[in-house]
Design a protein around this ligand. Structure first.
Ligand SMILES: Cc1cc2nc3c(=O)[nH]c(=O)nc-3n(C[C@H](O)[C@H](O)[C@H](O)COP(=O)(O)OP(=O)(O)OC[C@H]3O[C@@H](n4cnc5c(N)ncnc54)[C@H](O)[C@@H]3O)c2cc1C
Length: 425
């Protein structure tokens, strides 16, 4: 492949996968003047981004031993307000309101627990965060309830984490895609990638499930299905949990980690939901509640490794409702509006893979349970690899060189990509 930065014409980018990562990368590159095509089905229903809870919570999600995740997440969290404003404006809204409503809520988070073991976990986390200069305050159950009256009497311990944010994931998806389209990116939902290589994507036409239905993820048409190829300067592989199927270097590196969530809505006369994100440990099991506007709430999430299965099990629903109900008893009166499962793109070290796989091919995947949080930093890192200027939304604390070295896929033996970074441009 020829180096694209020296060529005096519009650079061509093909993004594989229209989840939040692929769509946001497409927006950034199209805004910088690249000609961008995003290949892959509508993300509604198929993507992890559509299912996610929406916590932007590097501190609440932090755990000893996961320092790189905390650094990446903190840098990304700092970029989030400016990223949300930029993408909202680009989609036709205003700085504090995307066309469908605000993207972010900024009430912070509360970590809560019910028994002694939960308390020990919270204390350990508090010590770890305090040693890193993070602001957290230990609370009794009563103090936690004074901040969030919806919490029930079972809550005995808490940790207040100011600064964490939450995003409406579906509004975000709609907004980044609208912003990308407004910048000239084209979304081609008729084809699925079969293989991503340097400067080239091999395609298979997607079959539809029923008239007007969404393209299926398992490529259709059998061996005889219609095939095609897209040539370009650079391919960005951002197909979430499916990325490993599309390049041999990612085999066994990115794996699907199933997560089930329940969406609820307050009913007339029921107590309103909490304003903050509540992340609870209930006898060692984790459950979280992420408020949305209009009295809606997302309760999550199970974590199971069962291939590409996206069924919602009775057990997950029972456990999530039991645990969330122990934290916020008023949920018993809420309407269940949806149960859904998605596939987090897991990586071996819980750090995403952002970097070159071969000349003309970048990967941006493996964001596991923090892909929404890590969207702004991922966009910045991919932009750097494409030779774009630092994005205006990127926080001062984002050291792109350092973070690119932490996310380099060549840290795994199956990928020989480090030498390709210069050749990608
Ligand atoms: C239950 C649950 C809760 C979560 N909660 C949070 C949270 O609170 N905060 C947070 O930050 N993150 C959360 N996550 C994680 C987050 O959703 C993911 O990390 C993130 O959405 C990954 O985005 P992505 O664009 O890489 O992948 P996806 O959103 O999965 O998008 C990948 C896209 O690629 C498409 N695709 C697949 N195969 C092909 C192909 N062959 N050709 C073309 N396209 C293809 C898919 O259809 C899909 O649209 C959660 C995830 C789950 C499942």
């Amino acid at each position: 492949m020829s180096g694209v930065s020296s060529v005096n014409r519009t650079n061509q980018l093909v993004v594989v996968g229209a989840g939040v990562i692929g769509s946001a990368v497409a927006w950034h590159a199209a805004t910088a003047g690249w000609s961008v095509v995003v290949v892959g089905p509508e993300p509604a229903g198929t993507s992890s981004s559509w299912v996610a809870g929406g916590m932007l919570a590097p501190v609440s999600e932090a755990w000893p031993g996961e320092e790189i995740s905390l650094r990446l997440g903190s840098a990304s969290l700092e970029s989030w307000p400016a990223f949300a404003s930029a993408v909202s404006v680009a989609a036709g809204g205003s700085a504090d309101r995307a066309p469908g409503g605000p993207l972010l809520s900024a009430e912070g988070g509360l970590l809560v627990g019910v028994d002694g073991a939960d308390r020990a976990d919270l204390e350990r986390l508090a010590r770890y965060l305090a040693a890193r200069g993070r602001e957290v305050t230990a609370l009794s159950g009563r103090e936690a309830r004074s901040l969030e009256p919806a919490l029930g009497p079972a809550v005995r311990h808490g940790l207040h984490v100011p600064g964490d944010l939450a995003v409406d994931n579906r509004r975000l998806l709609w907004t980044v895609r609208a912003a990308a389209r407004a910048a000239g990116a084209v979304f081609d939902t008729d084809w699925l990638a079969e293989e991503a290589r340097g400067g080239r994507v091999l395609l298979r036409r997607a079959t539809r499930v029923g008239p007007g239905g969404p393209p299926r993820l398992d490529v259709g048409g059998g061996e005889d299905g219609e095939r095609g190829t897209r040539e370009c300067d650079v391919v960005v592989l951002a197909a979430g949990a499916w990325s490993s199927q599309l390049h041999p270097g990612l085999e066994r590196l990115i794996r699907p980690v199933k997560g089930e969530v329940i969406r609820l809505a307050a009913t007339p006369g029921s107590l309103p939901p909490p304003r903050r994100v509540i992340r609870g440990s209930v006898h060692g099991r984790t459950a979280y509640l992420v408020p949305r506007d209009g009295g809606r709430l997302v309760v999550g999430a199970s974590q199971r490794e069962n291939g590409f299965d996206t069924s919602v099990t009775a057990r997950a629903v029972r456990e999530l409702l039991t645990d969330a109900g122990a934290l916020v008893p008023a949920l018993d009166e809420y309407e269940v509006t949806e149960t859904i499962a998605g596939l987090r793109p897991g990586s071996p070290d819980n750090v995403p893979l952002v970097g070159a796989l071969e000349p003309g091919l970048l990967v941006a995947s493996g964001h596991h349970r923090n892909g929404l949080l890590l969207t702004p930093v991922t966009v910045e890192l991919v932009g750097r690899l494409l030779g774009l200027a630092r994005a205006a939304f990127t926080s001062a604390s984002t050291d792109a060189e350092e973070l690119l070295s932490a996310t380099d896929p060549a840290r795994f033996a199956t990928v020989g990509g480090a030498d390709h970074v210069e050749e990608v441009r």
